[in-house]
Design a protein around this ligand. Structure first.
Ligand code: C2E
Ligand code: MG
Ligand code: MG
Length: 604
């Protein structure tokens, strides 16, 4: 009796059923109401919304039956699904095919089922009524059953659409975008190259300001207006998706040229900028990503487009094509920010190294700078030049400086006891100066390690000093009043005004290595450095030159009156043990053997 549909069609039907997410879901009153109506209309004890799965009929809703599924084999509903047409069996015992079916065995005699048809022409199963006595069905009952099946389908589509369409714009949402791309991958398994675009209507800051000033309704209006404009620009053949509250996405027609697509998008952005009601408070940007259908994960494609749209905020071009290199750099920064916290808690990843500071007049080491090192378990050695600027953007800046300070002070206390080093310098981030308890913490830790405040120098880069002048000033004053030495690091790179620098209570100025490095080959740099040294001396500050790599540079600096130097000419930053060996060797050169330190203590 049952004619099976071709396997491919059945696979597509099952796929349509799965996508609706109905199977094995809990009972729902909307369906139960229809089923109750069906039983009442026919005056029958049993009615069900029965969905045809691979090998079972599963009841989304039922009255008069206890079990929620029966085998598909010899189930009349399966026949409805296979034939997409209504089936009426006045008496199951009269039908040779159903006489020995499971259903007949439970005492069912009458069956009528109307197909549950999707818009795409797939039959999901049946809206069925069943009785325990043979029965006929009138024409109006047939129409009634078909109407009830249509009501079930309307309910299914409504519930499905609720999770697929954005309630503000009425445009299909991100779920739909992801599903459609997956469908496309089935239709086009050849990995066709396509272009996708994501339009971001405003930056998160702009949205936040707009909501604060005008309320959420204002943003809804911007979104609806953009949806209208985009639909009009794209035409009916291009499907638009509302993938995030203020972001829309769509695919370009197959074969679209990237440059022309970008030009078209740029023209659209310019048009919107001229016409939108929100033109003064929002900046729309577009991220474009080339991709291969079926080879790219839809979520990754969205992320790529989003990052390109985000990058487009900087610079003058509002349309940006996704760049794998920029993305890799961003991912690395994100990874660094994300994983540095674990490094702070894992003693095997972070360590301090120490670079000697040499007094030019005597050639002696008079202190050292503590520099942080990070060996990431996968990335290997990551330079502080890379990770410090990333950490400074996160809440970890506080914990990082505290970690460094603690290890540096512990090492310094040991080295002072051994008579090796009298002063250590520690680098501090701009944000640390904004911590209300920063100075108190530094002084407390100095006392805890039984160290005098002048044993510690704090280095702050010139640009850090510039970024938070007034707020940082109190911390700087308090540190100096407490006896801690302040040094302006990377001097010459921060465009500070002289008037401001004069007001900073720093005792030491460290000339940046970019001025020092090829001093011997650059007359202008020599003039600059000589002026910096003179100026700092006139202001009563001590001058340290960083990055001294050659004897020629050292000679020039000596001649120019520079006080101290740091650089590879003397020593690279060294692990504590190595530093001790270096300093002991240095003592043998400049001091009598008896004056050598008695014990060395590498603890950092
Ligand atoms: P900085 O404080 O200006 O440190 C000097 C940098 O120059 C160090 O790089 C040092 O290794 C390098 N250097 C020293 N002598 C020479 C030389 O002769 N030639 C060359 N080419 N380089 C030399 P490093 O250790 O990679 O640190 C880079 C920057 O990272 C530091 O610049 C500092 O701003 C920051 N940093 C390092 N450790 C810390 C830390 O514990 N906390 C904070 N907030 N920043 C740190
Ligand atoms: Mg420094
Ligand atoms: Mg420096």
């Amino acid at each position: 009796m049952s004619q099976h549909p071709p396997a491919q069609l059945e696979a597509a039907r099952l796929d349509a059923l799965r996508k609706l997410d109905l199977l094995d879901t809990p009972p729902n009153e909307a369906f139960d109401r229809i089923v109750r109506m069906a039983a009442q209309l026919f005056g029958l004890p049993i009615a069900a919304v029965s969905l045809t799965d691979v090998d079972r009929q599963w009841f989304k809703s039922r009255v008069g039956v206890d079990h929620c599924a029966i085998p598909r084999e010899k189930a009349p509903c399966a026949h409805v699904a296979d034939t997409c047409s209504m089936l009426v069996i006045p008496d199951l015992l009269e039908e040779p095919f159903y006489r020995d079916s499971n259903l007949a065995a439970t005492g069912v005699r009458f069956y009528a089922g109307a197909p549950l048809m999707t818009r795409d022409g797939f039959c999901l199963g049946a809206m069925c009524v069943l009785g325990t006595a043979p029965r006929e069905i009138s024409a109006s009952e047939r129409t009634g059953l078909a109407d009830l099946a249509a009501m079930v389908m309307a309910q299914i589509e409504l519930q499905h659409a609720m999770g697929r369409v954005d309630p503000v714009s009425g445009v299909p949402n991100r779920n739909q975008f992801v599903d459609d791309l997956s469908d496309l991958a089935i239709e086009r398994p050849d990995g066709e190259a396509r272009l996708a675009a994501l339009v971001s209507l405003a930056t998160p800051e702009q949205i936040s300001s707009a909501v604060r000033a005008m309320g959420a309704g204002f943003v809804d209006d911007i979104v609806c207006e953009a949806a209208r404009m985009l639909r009009a620009a794209l035409g009916p053949s291009c499907k638009l998706y509302h993938v995030a509250p203020t972001q829309f996405a769509f695919l370009a027609e197959p074969g679209t040229d990237l440059a022309r697509f970008c030009d078209w998008l740029a023209a659209w952005v310019a048009l919107r900028a001229d016409t939108t009601t929100a033109r003064f408070v929002t900046t729309a940007t577009v991220g474009v990503a080339p991709f291969a259908i079926g080879r790219s994960d839809p979520f990754e494609l969205l992320r790529d487009m989003y990052s390109a749209a985000h990058d487009a905020i900087e610079g003058s071009h509002r349309v940006r094509v996704f760049s794998a290199e920029q993305n890799a750099a961003f991912m690395r920064r994100f990874r660094i920010a994300n994983e540095f916290g674990a490094a702070l808690e894992d003693d095997s990843q972070l360590r301090l190294v120490f670079q000697p500071k040499i007094e030019l007049a005597t050639g002696r080491c008079i202190g050292a700078e503590a520099l942080l090192r990070w060996r990431h378990p996968v990335l290997g050695e990551v330079s502080p030049g890379e990770f410090i600027p990333v950490i400074e953007q996160t809440s970890l800046a506080r914990a990082t400086t505290r970690w460094v300070l603690e290890r540096a002070l512990r090492q310094l206390a040991a080295w002072r006891r051994a008579g090796l080093v009298t002063q250590l310098a520690v680098n501090v981030s701009a944000v640390n100066l904004l911590e209300p308890d920063f100075c108190a913490h530094v002084l407390t830790r100095l006392r805890a390690h039984d160290l005098p405040p002048e044993a510690l120098a704090i280095e702050i880069t010139e640009s850090a000093l510039m970024s938070n002048r007034t707020l940082a000033a109190a911390t700087l004053e308090a540190l100096t009043a407490g006896g801690v030495q302040l040094a302006i690091d990377d001097f010459g790179t921060g465009y500070s005004s002289l008037a401001y620098l004069q007001s900073v209570p720093a005792k030491v100025v460290k000339i940046d290595q970019s001025f020092v490095r090829d001093l011997d080959r650059d007359e202008r740099k020599r003039a600059l450095v000589a002026t910096m040294i003179k100026l700092s001396h006139d202001l009563g500050q001590l001058v340290v030159a960083e990055g001294v790599e050659t004897a020629t540079v050292a000679r020039f600096l000596t001649g120019a009156g520079c006080d101290q130097v740091q650089g590879y000419l003397y020593a690279r930053p060294m692990a504590p043990q190595q530093f001790e060996e270096w300093i002991c060797a240095e003592w043998t050169l400049v001091r009598p053997r008896s004056a050598r330190p008695s014990e060395a203590l590498a603890v950092a």
